[in-house]
Design a protein around this ligand. Structure first.
Ligand SMILES: [Zn+2]
Length: 148
């Protein structure tokens, strides 16, 4: 049974989709490289790398800014406001790191934010649709699903 499956099917090296042996390209992601067994590691898609790095950078910048604000406000009743911004910045850095390490909850959060973004027509709508299409592509889903 397993041998029969091995001879009639092979797997996209990029996204792990099973295809009939002899298929020239993956119908899910377009890759032309195939392997005999489902690939053990699926490489991080470029878009996810960019998204993750942007999140980490934005988090670091906002951490520096909010730390400065907190220091400036520490003698006023607004000191707690700065602390709140620091907490948000730290979460943003953790979130970016989660995207870079393929945590599926991070993908789900981006999708929820993309759905919310849809209402800010027109730019948010366009960005939201692009994000939703991208994050549901088999190649991207396969990357996030490999870590249970
Ligand atoms: Zn593929």
């Amino acid at each position: 049974m397993a041998d029969q499956a091995l001879t009639s099917r092979y797997y996209c090296a990029a996204c792990g989709t099973a295809e009939d042996r002899g298929t020239s390209y993956c119908h899910a992601c377009g890759s032309t490289r195939f392997v005999d067994y489902p690939p053990a590691r699926i490489q991080r898609p470029l878009g996810i790398t960019l998204l993750g790095i942007l999140q980490v950078l934005a988090g670091v910048v906002s951490l520096v800014l909010s730390s400065t604000i907190t220091a400036l406000l520490s003698l006023t009743p607004f000191g707690l406001l700065g602390l709140g911004l620091i907490v948000i910045s730290v979460f943003q850095i953790i979130f970016g790191a989660a995207l870079l390490t393929g945590r599926n909850w991070a993908r789900i959060i981006v999708m929820i934010l993309a759905v919310i973004e849809l209402i800010s027509f027109p730019l948010g709508t366009v960005i939201g649709i692009i994000l939703l299409i991208y994050l549901t592509r088999p190649r991207v889903v396969a990357y996030f699903k490999q870590q249970a």
